[in-house]
Design a protein around this ligand. Structure first.
Ligand SMILES: [Zn+2]
Length: 230
């Protein structure tokens, strides 16, 4: 079942260690087949070295295990909430990559300081609020998804214009039209997080880039009259 998607999700997962975004078994990538409504995700706790495409787990958006020899990633419920809310999402990534996680642990959104950021993220990369004690002790992973949605809807943000977020005390989630684009955005987010940290180190009084820079760079790539690329 969904062998092509399993292959894609497997390869996308393998990109996380090769791009230096994960240590041990941390991190996970999923992809969704909108025709069946089934999601394919990394198995929980399986080493990247020994992982195979056939080890990917198929679940539905109610969390039912549909196919696979392993339990799905422990973050499955977070992915499910995001896929349910946003039909435009085709892939989701979660990592504990060092720089993005450092901003998340600091509880800070990443200000838009330059064009690298603006090419991908139309505005600051938001840091979602901390979960309450009830939310942590309740359906923790599901509530993580809900607080991401709360953060985006609270600012009236379309997820594809800001394809990633930081969860306070935790780390980043990114997404895209498919699993590879979600990984790409995770790599960009990590780089932007690193650059922004150095930017503040070099100039603690630095101000965000002018709105015109954000508009120019994001919209020339993603806007109605986009002209960047071939
Ligand atoms: Zn995590």
């Amino acid at each position: 079942m969904l062998e092509d998607l399993k292959e894609i999700v497997f390869k996308a997962n393998m990109e996380l260690p090769s791009r230096g975004l994960v240590t041990y078994t941390w991190g996970n990538v999923s992809g969704i087949d909108r025709a069946t409504g089934y999601m394919v995700i990394k198995p929980s706790g399986v080493e990247y070295d020994s992982m195979k495409a056939e080890d990917m787990v198929v679940v539905d958006l109610l969390g039912n295990h549909i196919e696979g020899n392993y339990k799905p990633s422990s973050d499955t419920a977070t992915h499910i909430e995001l896929y349910k809310k946003y039909p435009e999402l085709g892939g989701i990534v979660h990592t504990h990559s060092t720089w993005a996680t450092s901003w998340a642990q600091a509880g800070r959104s990443i200000p838009l300081y330059g064009t690298t950021h603006a090419d991908y993220f139309y505005g600051p990369i938001l840091c979602a609020r901390s979960l309450t004690e009830e939310e942590i002790n309740g359906e923790y992973e599901k509530n993580t998804g809900l607080v991401i949605i709360e953060t985006l809807t609270g600012k009236n943000i379309k997820p594809m214009s800001l394809p990633g977020i930081l969860c306070t005390n935790h780390g980043p989630f990114t997404w895209g039209k498919d699993a590879f684009e979600a990984v790409h955005n995770a790599v960009v987010l990590e780089e932007v997080a690193k650059m922004s940290c150095y930017t503040e180190l070099i100039n603690p009084n630095v101000k965000p880039a002018p709105t015109a820079i954000a508009d120019k760079h994001y919209l020339r790539k993603h806007g109605e009259n986009a002209y960047y690329g071939q």
